[in-house]
Write a protein that binds this ligand. Structure first.
Ligand code: ARG
Length: 388
């Protein structure tokens, strides 16, 4: 009996990762990607030579290194393959920040902040991804526990009610347990980053206020709207998904685009499990909320969305509306078809959360398949909610 193997392992009490030591790369996945890369980039040289080198590297080390060009292509195609994303028309323009040499928690935090500054562009938002170190056999890469780089805290009171974003009540509690003193206690306190570096210990990192652009929400015709004190951050930067390219996992690879107004106006501020503002807006609009058939929810929803789009436009911050974006998506589908590719899409995510049938993406079906490279969730790994 190998009793000496039973050394007690100290894992952080909050994280119980699925796999401590990542597996070797599967050669067939590497091959699939290298072939795709060369098929779409004929100028890149001999595919057989590159394949031989990659296979040799995998045999020797259990993994291989992407060239800078392969990484850029892989990240862009992962976006192209995101079947839930309506905004893929500009997939080729994704800016890729190669930070594969960054492994420490402080290093990751600093680069996330730099990412936000560059991506925000003073309001001219640029789709950007920062790719940190990949998992390697026997060497776990850093992870970011936050679902997005910027999210608002949800403080749970004793009676179960939540101040702030109820979706992040658990995450907020986790941050508190790790030593976050909490913010000022408003409905829009930005959460700290929780980064798990190689030693598996999660650490807290504040995102400096001047790296966070926010827009105060007001309405073009209802002056009282500003009194509601609503705001939202300009950059949605998803940090809880793993970028998988050619069998290699990049668990920390935060990426952003710009917002479609309805994400904020019809979901974040409106969902009952989020800011639940439709009753508040309806009341201020003086609507009859005693019966559903007055459609007070729908009318409040439209005015809330008008306010979001108007406020971002006045503040000169990039944002699109769901009608424009739906049309762009059809253009994207046409282009993909012309390029001889299938474009995977999930109807239930592509159709906007308001006025679905008033947009052209409603009236058709899609091929909902999984293509690689891709962004994926590894839900067991992070104590935070799933898809946003
Ligand atoms: N729906 C998410 C949010 O409201 C963001 C998802 C990504 N959206 C985007 N426009 N790139 O924060």
């Amino acid at each position: 009996m190998l009793a000496w193997l039973k050394i007690p392992v100290t894992t952080p009490d909050l994280a119980e990762p699925a796999s401590a030591a990542p597996d070797p790369v599967r050669p067939e996945q590497a091959e699939e990607f290298i072939r795709l890369y060369h098929a779409e980039n004929p100028e890149a040289g001999s595919v057989s030579r590159r394949l031989r080198a990659v296979m040799l590297e995998i045999l020797r080390t259990g993994t291989y290194q992407h060239t800078e060009d392969e990484l850029v292509f892989g990240a862009r195609v992962a976006w192209r393959n995101s079947n839930r994303c309506i905004g893929r028309l500009y997939w080729r323009s994704l800016r890729v920040r190669d930070r594969r040499d960054v492994r420490t928690a402080d290093g990751v935090a600093a680069e996330c902040v730099a990412h936000l500054r560059e991506a925000t562009g003073g309001g001219r938002i640029r789709p950007t991804i920062t790719v940190f170190a990949p998992d390697e056999p026997g060497r776990r890469a850093p992870r970011i526990w936050n679902e997005q780089l910027i999210r608002y805290a949800g403080y749970r009171a004793a009676d179960g009610s939540v101040i702030g974003d109820a979706r992040y009540a658990d995450f907020t509690a986790t941050a508190r347990r790790l030593g976050w003193p909490g913010g000022p206690g408003t409905r829009f306190d930005v959460l700290p980053l929780i980064i798990e570096a190689e030693d598996r210990r999660p650490t807290l990192h504040t995102v400096p206020g001047d790296a966070i652009l926010e827009v105060l929400i007001h309405h073009p015709h209802h002056p009282w709207f500003a009194e509601l004190g609503l705001r939202w951050h300009a950059v949605p930067a998803i940090s809880g998904m793993c970028l998988e390219i050619g069998g290699i996992c990049y668990p920390a690879a935060p990426f952003n685009g710009w917002y479609m107004g309805a994400e904020i106006g019809a979901r974040n501020l409106a969902d009952t499990g989020r800011y639940n503002l439709l009753p508040v807006v309806a009341e201020r609009l003086g609507l009859d909320t005693s019966r559903e058939r007055t459609l007070w929810r729908d009318r409040a929803l439209v005015e809330l969305n008008v306010a979001v789009l108007h406020s971002f436009a006045v503040a000169d911050v990039s944002m699109t509306d769901h009608h424009t974006e739906a049309r762009r998506f059809l253009t994207h589908l046409e282009r993909e078809e012309r390029a001889g590719r299938v474009c995977p899409a999930d109807w239930s995510w592509i159709v906007p959360p308001l006025s679905g049938a008033a947009t052209p993406v409603f009236h058709r079906y899609y091929d909902d398949l999984r293509l690689r490279p891709e962004f994926v969730y590894h839900p067991a790994e992070r104590p935070c909610p799933g898809p946003a």
